[in-house]
Each structure stands twice: as C-alpha cells, then as structure tokens.
Design a protein around this ligand. Structure first.
Ligand code: BES
Ligand code: ZN
Ligand code: ZN
Length: 473
C-alpha cells in the first residue's frame, strides 16, 4: 500500500515535523516554553534540524536553509525531508507522522512529496516487511484537498513504476507486463491495447521480432491512450518506453557484473507508463499516447546474431553488429509506429547506453532532439523545477555517418568507441517523422547505493519531470 498523505486540521500527539521559515517561527509552535527555548537556541546556530521528545513522541523542528544563502529552493526541502526521514525511521517504528508547515505551498509540497517517496520500499518478497511510516498528516492552511490528491496520485504512479522495475524477469515478463498495464489503464478509464506476438508478426516489426528470437516468452506491444475531451494539444504527444524485460546482452552476452541489474532494462517503459497513469489519475487535459515494445533479450538457440539483417516496421534494413544494442531495435519499430498519429512530439525514455551513464552519472538524464527545440527547452526547465535534470548533448549530422552500414541501410551500433549515447540517439531519430526527443535514463533509473529519496534499486526518476511538463501542455 502506497504511503498516504491526508490533510489534517490539528497535529496529533504522535511524531511531528514542524517546518519553520526561521528560528523565530518556533515561538508559535504548540510546544512547552522549555522545548521552544531549547529549539530556538539550537536553530539559531548552524543546526537546521532540532530533534526533541515531545510528549514522548519523536518531534523535529526544521528551519531549512539554502546552501548558497539564496531564497529557499524546492531542492532544499527535498534534502531536508530525506534527512528527517532517515532520522525518524532510524530507531522508531512510528506508523504515522504529522507535518505542520509554516512555509509556502510549493516548498511544503516538495517536502511531503520527498517524505512519501522516501517511504517507498520493495519488500514484496521479504518474510519480514520493512518498516514504513505509511501515513502522513499535513497541517498547512496553504494546501488544499486537490493538491493532496494530485500528489497522492503522482506518488502512487511512481510507486507502481518502481515496483515494475524492481520485479525480476521470472515474476514479470513481457506478457504479464502487458496484462498489468492494460488492467491499470482500463481501471482508470483509459484505453489500452496489447498487441500479441501474432499481431507484431503481422505488422512485420522486425526489430522487436529480431530481439525476441532468443526468448522463450512472447513479445508484446502496448498502446495506452488518453484523449481528454478538453485536451490542450490537438496533435498527440507520444511517449515511447524501452521495455526490455531483461537484457542478457544476447549472444554478445554481458560478462562480469554487467548483467546483474538488467531486470531494470524496462525502466523506460515503466517511466512512460508511470507518467501516463499519473496524467490519467489526475485527469490532465492532454492528448497522450504511450507505446511500449516489450521482450527480453537472450542468447537462446535461435537468437539473432551479428551479421543478421533485420527489416524494420518502416522497411529500413538494419545490420546487427552487436546483439547487446537491442533497445534501439525495439524502440525503432515503436517510433516508426508513432508516426501514423502525426504527433506534436515523440519522446522516448530508455536505459539505452552505458555511455550515457559514464558521461554524467546518476545525476541526470542524457538527452538529444531532432526538430523539437521548443519541447526540449520545456522539458529542461521542467526538470530544473523538480530537480530531475536533463543534460542536452550535441546531435550533429556527422554522428549519423557512424551508423552507416556496408550491407544494409544502417547498423545497430556506431563505428568506434566515441559518443555511444549519441549514435544510439541517431539510430532512433532515423525512424522519427515528427519532432523527436530521446531521453537516455541509463544512469538514473536504477541505484546501486541509496541516493536521496530515490532509495536503492528502481528510482522512478523522470516521472515527476514528465508529469510536471504534461501539466503545462
Ligand atoms: N541496457 C543496456 C544499457 C545499460 C547499461 C543500461 C548500463 C543500464 C546500465 C543496453 O542494451 C546496452 O547493452 N548497450 C550497449 C550498447 C553497445 C553494445 C553499443 C552499451 O551501452 O554497452
Ligand atoms: Zn543491451
Ligand atoms: Zn538494454
């Protein structure tokens, strides 16, 4: 069950977090004179968080500050929330916490959002469940019921996406993922179509079929649609997510530890489906479609091999030079399929290249665009706003030279070792006949060490960014 945020008029006598704009704010808190004096003394120094036992309950009084001395940013509140969450759950096993905020609406929402996201745990397969708070009461007159339900819906969608990524391949293959997405979307009144292996064959989606050859499981192609009657965009926005349910590398098998986290290779699909669910749950006035090609990539008897030439959905022929560059093959069919909708923009999210991760690490998304300068700018600023940042990379035409093939139209990996994330993007852009943005989330999708409220394992990184952008459409 996802952690729930509820509006509350009064704080309870349980664990409480007080958020104050400055140490003076402490005067108005419902604490004893001694407690206030103690807190004021602590908070007037460098200390930003003061912890007391009020009526035997863990109580935190926080005066968040901006590191640079500038006005408070949402990110300062995100960090404060992560800090308090770890202190609060370190020793106590409280099952409810009240937040009383004297800060403004946006800062308060950023704080509770981070608390909820920090409270996510993937413990489905543990006999002894992890402790979680589960319930957060918010006492702040600047925040209404609609803000609360919007945030709950967003966080619930992020939790779903993180669950899907955390599920191992044995528990979640392409077929099951299709069933789950269809059920979730239809439950909310959205349209969902899942194309079967036969339908994918009939459509001649050579990229998906090529990668799927080594798998015992069938491939799936999911189409989720949300057309709000008062949608602000005429032409649909099409989100495409890489749904490699597990990436062994295929015949170019991943060695050493490189295969360990590859259940997360469908994080792009989870990100797009998560953003979709959040938009639908919150009834956003948008015309939105999500396309998810899904299969695993394995070196079985009939697996596709280097030298093979695939004929893609749009007729392009592709020479396979590395079976581990499989994501772009399934995405290419989905991007080509997206063209029929005459979209305003096609955006894909994919754990596509180790090169993206090596370039900027876990701190942001690597992005490129083709004829989508406006939307790219909007996504960048949406990312700055929610602190899920995007680094735009060059997309010069010369990079396209690196994927030319001697025997087919293009090949699935670039010549040489340079700019792997850009040549991968060029490969995808080849199939787009509408403005196109590529988001490589390989660095951010899955954390091996705890990182802020993203925790360990699946992070859900990118869903808040996309949702925040969809709200501006
Ligand atoms: N799924 C991987 C990329 C990846 C690496 C995601 C690390 C998350 C963390 C992708 O399919 C892949 O294997 N890419 C290759 C491409 C190469 C063979 C051209 C890579 O990046 O090494
Ligand atoms: Zn791969
Ligand atoms: Zn992959």
């Amino acid at each position: 069950m996802q952690t729930q945020l509820t509006k509350s008029i009064e704080c309870t006598n349980g664990s409480t977090i007080f958020l104050c704009p400055n140490a003076n704010g402490v005067k108005s808190l419902p604490l004893s004179a001694e407690e206030k004096e103690f807190a004021e003394a602590r908070l007037s120094g460098d200390c930003r968080i003061c912890r007391i036992q009020h009526l035997e309950a863990e109580t935190f009084i926080a005066v968040p500050k901006c590191g640079t001395g500038e006005p408070l940013q949402k990110h300062d509140l995100q960090k404060t929330a992560v800090n308090i969450y770890s202190k609060l759950t370190e020793h106590s096993d409280c099952a409810e916490v009240a937040v009383k905020s004297l800060l403004g609406r946006n800062l308060t929402l950023a704080f509770v959002e981070s608390l909820i996201l920090s409270d996510y745990h993937f413990d489905r397969y543990k006999s002894k469940k992890d402790h979680r708070i589960g319930k957060i009461l918010l006492c702040c007159d600047k925040i209404g019921e609609s803000d609360i339900s919007e945030l709950n819906n967003l966080c619930e969608s992020i939790a779903c996406a993180r669950d899907w990524v955390n599920e191992p391949i044995m528990q979640l293959n392409a077929e099951k993922f299709g069933d789950i997405l269809k059920a979730e979307a239809e439950k909310l009144g959205a349209k969902a179509t899942v194309l079967s292996q036969h339908q994918i064959e009939a459509l001649k989606m050579g990229g998906i079929l090529g990668v799927n050859r080594g798998s015992k499981d069938e491939a799936r192609f999911m189409i989720l649609e949300w057309a709000h009657p008062k949608a602000h965009n005429d032409k649909p926005i099409v989100l495409v997510g890489k749904g490699i349910m597990y990436d062994t590398g295929g015949l170019n098998i991943k060695t050493g530890n490189y295969m360990n986290d590859m259940k997360s290779d469908m994080a792009g699909a989870a990100t797009m489906a998560g953003a979709f669910l959040a938009a639908v749950r919150n009834n956003l006035p948008v015309n939105l479609k999500v396309l998810i090609p899904a299969t695993d990539n394995r070196p079985n008897g009939n697996a596709y091999a280097n030298g093979d030439i695939l004929t893609m959905y749009d007729g392009t022929t592709v020479e396979v030079v590395n079976t581990d560059a499989e994501g772009r093959l399934i995405l290419a069919d989905a991007i080509a399929y997206a063209n029929q909708y005459n979209p305003q923009v096609i955006i894909d999210a994919a754990t596509l290249t180790g090169a993206a991760e090596r370039a900027i690490g876990k701190y942001g998304i690597v992005a490129m665009h083709q004829d989508a300068g406006k939307e790219m700018q909007e996504l960048v600023s949406s990312g700055e706003d929610v602190y899920e940042r995007i680094a735009e990379f060059p997309f010069w035409e010369e990079y396209g030279e690196l994927i030319k093939s001697d025997v087919a139209d293009i090949k699935n990996s670039g010549t040489g070792v340079c700019a792997g994330m850009i040549t991968a993007g060029k490969f995808l852009a080849h199939f787009a006949k509408a403005p196109f943005i590529h988001l490589d989330i390989a660095g951010v999708a899955f954390a091996d060490k705890k990182y802020e409220f993203y925790g360990t394992s699946a992070t859900g990184f990118g869903i808040r960014l996309l949702y925040n952008w969809l709200k501006t459409i």
